[in-house]
Unconditional design. Structure first.
Lengths: 322, 560
């Protein structure tokens, strides 16, 4: 296992210190009761053995977590390979600033979680409590930001499946206009032209004034800057839902399925982490942790690093698509 | 283990009447919330056997229905539900937890010389999750039983009107139960070994459980997320698997088999472990090729991850991918054959005792070899195109799962029965039961090879009249099997009350579990055993004692 790497990250300075005293008694003392200390389970002989078992256990657990998420990353890869335009289209709807803030918040919380391990090893009770508190606050901040992001998506009809009814067209978005002003304008023109055509069909009277304008617009030869972003996002071209006017790629909703599934599952893990750290905060406040017994803090911190790491992957995969 | 330093405890095995794990605490709650690995194992065993009876009942219904073409005792929709329930119960509730979580929980820490598994609370949680998962799965039965087959293939599973969600959610929860057991066992074997117990002194049962645990930890999360996606696809229509929403149903098959092929090895590798324990003891001979058997378990676990595509030869997978999957599948025959050859060589020139566990082990060798070799047929792409989804496949995996995993489970159950119940079962009845099971098994499933190769599709309710004789034969075999298991259940139950008191070592085993009393004391070992020899060394240092009906250490010549 990559035990050594985490050890160097979290416990390097005190390596060996935590179990030195407990290491001494021979393994043979298998008597059932009254050995070790208050936090040594009966079936372990030493604190060192208990800590090592826990550490291996948490690493295996993290491995299962990685594999649990791997199915979603796989689905992401397959769908992006099959329908790249859906991802280009949908990423304009995501708020990169909020995603970036959340990334920073999680990175800070990972630092405080790692620091907390050291505090526990050095029996710095006050600092330990402080660092766990900061970790919890960061996690809560993450969830609050996430809540606003979700709320926004709900409001704009950006939901998976049949609930997908976006209220805005992609070229009307600030994010799109900012990056591709010509393309946004061109899409606008095309839409107007198509509307004019509809009117022409509806009534010949109206058509007389509209048709002239529409035709002049459509027959202008579009530049690459105008076309390229629209085709890539599936607004026009073979992947588009509607071939008569600028629209959106077919099955664009699947991006939001993947988005909500991945960030939702990640969010549940953040909530789980908050629960664990609150429990540890209560125990730390009672002074349960010290150089001999700091395993739970270490394991929780490792878990927290993984939750952080998954987000580090989710952020570019969902928010920073090009 | 007749190693001199360890025998000190054994010379005077405490009588089973005194404090042991069964009598240590009293009351139902002391069982439900126990942290003792032996009690958790016993609870697992009772639950698994109950599920086995239920799954077997559904199997008999399915076989009865197939006595005649068309309607015999149920309509076609009910038939679909019955075979789905049979499959799902047998796979998720019986075979996967059967040997590791039930027998393994009881025996593995004893064999290791540990006081308990590394995480007793997680062990208990695993059992509680099993119960919750089983309830979910069976609740589907009460609502509108699932009819997708145990594979939950999309798009049918996301469109059928039956209760897929509770069944799939049950399987999701059972997956976590399985992960907890696997994780626990890996850590236990890494960190809880007493002094002297190095890796190559681990009994082969432990090696097999270790390999199994690796698969459980690495593969099961994938089925977890897959079932979750399927459930959400069904309820929210997220379009990952549903082609009408832009999804890919074959992706489900990839995900499903990425777990479920390794899961096949979760089912069979522990069975190898049981056989590796029984054969040397009942041949009175050191196991042949210990290291090869031990490492081949790991090889199977590793290769098992690379072959899932052989379930999908006809699903539109590219021919190149099919060829690679096919070639790797052939490779699995190598470590498997290594095991079989080593077991046979162990028996060569041994003193073979045909007690019930050994009968099951011998039956295993026969039946598993047939099951394994027909697997090679199915790994050949051109042959598989013909045999895919026929009774040939049904016969193949029943030879492996029923003939392999369940036979070994029965062997292990009889082998360790005296250890964890403290009672002997009637040997004669045991032999009759084993023979009935062996005969029933072959009569049930051998005709299915013929049916399949002639084109009888699996999961069909109706069939052509010319298939009827073989179907009738198969059904008669199923009844024989049922009879064999009923007899076994009857005498095992009876032995709990009237059975002879079991000695500490009734078979002359040399592994550590035979050194503590039967049933074992609450903390397994009063003093940590010190191990100075391998698990199959020193049968010559044991002698049979008529008075107690078991084996005791021979007094060393120097002391007399």
């Amino acid at each position: 296992m990559s035990e050594s790497t985490s050890e160097s990250a979290t416990t390097a300075p005190k390596h060996g210190g935590h179990g030195a005293a407990a290491h001494a008694p021979a393994h043979g003392a298998h008597d059932a009761h009254g050995h070790g200390g208050p936090h040594l389970a009966h079936h372990f002989d030493t604190y060192q053995q208990q800590f090592d078992a826990g550490k291996l256990g948490i690493w295996l657990f993290l491995l299962t977590e990685v594999l649990f998420f791997s199915g979603l990353f796989c689905a992401y890869t397959v769908y992006r390979g099959m329908h790249p335009e859906v991802f280009v289209y949908a990423h304009y709807f995501l708020n990169t600033a909020m995603g970036a803030i959340n990334t920073c918040v999680l990175l800070i919380s990972s630092l405080t979680a790692a620091w907390a391990v050291r505090n526990a090893q050095l029996a710095q009770r006050k600092l330990l409590v402080l660092n766990i508190t900061i970790t919890i606050l960061c996690a809560c901040t993450f969830m609050v930001v996430k809540f606003f992001e979700y709320e926004h998506k709900f409001h704009d009809g950006l939901l998976p499946g049949p609930a997908f009814h976006p209220t805005e067209q992609v070229w009307e978005l600030e994010t799109f206009k900012h990056k591709h002003p010509e393309a946004a304008e061109y899409a606008e023109k095309l839409t107007k032209a198509a509307e004019a055509k509809d009117k022409a069909k509806a009534g010949p009277k109206l058509a007389a004034d509209a048709s002239g304008a529409a035709e002049t617009m459509v027959f202008e030869r579009p530049t690459e800057e105008q076309l390229e972003p629209l085709i890539k996002a599936g607004v026009i071209g073979p992947a588009a839902e509607d071939q008569t006017r600028p629209s959106r790629p077919r099955n664009a909703h699947v991006f939001f399925s993947i988005y909500f599934f991945m960030t939702g599952l990640h969010g549940i893990h953040v909530l789980g982490g908050i629960g664990v750290f609150i429990w540890l905060l209560l125990r730390a406040n009672k002074g349960e942790f010290g150089p001999k017994y700091f395993g739970p803090i270490d394991y929780a911190a490792l878990y927290w690093h993984l939750v952080d790491l998954i987000w580090i992957y989710l952020f570019p995969l969902l928010y920073l698509i090009h | 283990m007749a190693s001199p330093s360890a025998t000190a405890d054994v010379v005077a095995p405490r009588s089973s009447g005194s404090d042991n794990y069964l009598t240590h605490d009293k009351g139902v709650l002391s069982w439900i919330f126990t942290l003792d690995h032996k009690r958790i194992g016993v609870m697992y065993l009772c639950s698994v056997l109950t599920a086995f009876a239920l799954g077997g009942f559904f199997a008999l219904l399915v076989r009865t229905e197939l006595l005649t073409p068309g309607h015999t005792i149920m309509d076609h929709d009910t038939y679909n539900q019955m075979f789905t329930l049979h499959g799902a119960i047998m796979v998720f509730l019986v075979i996967i937890p059967g040997i590791p979580a039930a027998l393994g929980n009881i025996i593995m820490p004893l064999q290791l010389g540990a006081k308990d598994v590394a995480f007793p609370r997680m062990n208990l949680a695993s059992y509680h999750l099993w119960i919750v998962g089983a309830l979910f799965m069976l609740s589907s039965l009460a609502i509108n039983a699932v009819d997708t087959g145990w594979t939950f293939y999309t798009p049918y599973s996301t469109t059928t009107s039956t209760a897929v969600v509770p069944a799939a959610f049950g399987a999701f929860i059972l997956g976590f139960s399985s992960i907890f057991t696997g994780l626990n066992f890996i850590v236990t074997m890494h960190k809880m070994r007493p002094p002297g117990m190095n890796w190559f002194r681990l009994p082969l049962f432990c090696w097999a459980l270790y390999s199994t645990a690796l698969i459980q930890v690495l593969a099961t999360p994938v089925i977890g997320i897959t079932l979750l996606m399927m459930i959400i696809e069904r309820t929210v229509h997220i379009g990952i698997f549903d082609p009408t929403l832009g999804g890919d149903p074959v992706l489900f098959q990839h995900f499903f088999w990425f777990y479920s092929h390794p899961a096949v090895y979760i089912m069979i590798v522990p069975a190898f472990g049981v056989i590796g324990e029984i054969i040397p003891v009942f041949s009175r001979k050191r196991i042949f090729g210990y290291k090869f058997i031990a490492i081949s378990s790991l090889a199977i676990a590793f290769l098992g991850f690379l072959v899932w595509g052989h379930h999908m030869f006809v699903s539109g997978q590219s021919v190149l991918a099919g060829t690679i999957f096919s070639a790797i599948t052939f490779l699995i025959a190598i470590p498997t054959a290594i095991k079989v050859f080593n077991w046979i060589t162990t028996m060569y020139k041994g003193v073979i005792h045909l007690d019930t566990p050994m009968l099951y082990a011998l039956a295993f060798l026969w039946v598993f070899t047939i099951g394994g070799l027909t697997g090679v047929f199915l790994a050949v792409m051109s042959v598989d195109v013909h045999l895919h989804d026929t009774y040939f496949v049904v016969a193949h995996f029943h030879y492996v799962m029923m003939g392999g995993a369940i036979t070994a489970f029965m062997g292990g159950l009889h082998y360790w029965w005296p250890k964890f119940t403290g009672k002997m079962y009637p040997e004669k009845a045991g032999r009759i039961g084993a023979t009935l099971v062996f005969l029933g098994l072959n009569v049930t499933f051998f005709p299915q090879f013929i049916l399949g190769s002639r084109g009888m599709p699996r999961r069909y309710y109706n069939y052509l009249p010319e298939f009827q004789p073989l179907h009738v034969l198969s059904t008669l075999g199923a009844y024989t099997l049922g009879l064999g298991f009923l007899l076994t259940a009857f005498y095992l139950f009876k032995s709990l009350k009237n059975g002879k008191t079991a000695p500490a070592n009734p078979w002359g085993g040399a592994t550590l579990e035979w050194q503590c009393s039967s049933p074992p004391p609450y903390y397994n070992f009063h003093k940590a055993p010190v191990i100075s020899a391998g698990p199959y060394d020193g049968y010559e240092n044991l002698m049979y004692d008529e008075a107690i009906g078991g084996y005791i250490p021979r007094k060393s010549p120097s002391s007399t």
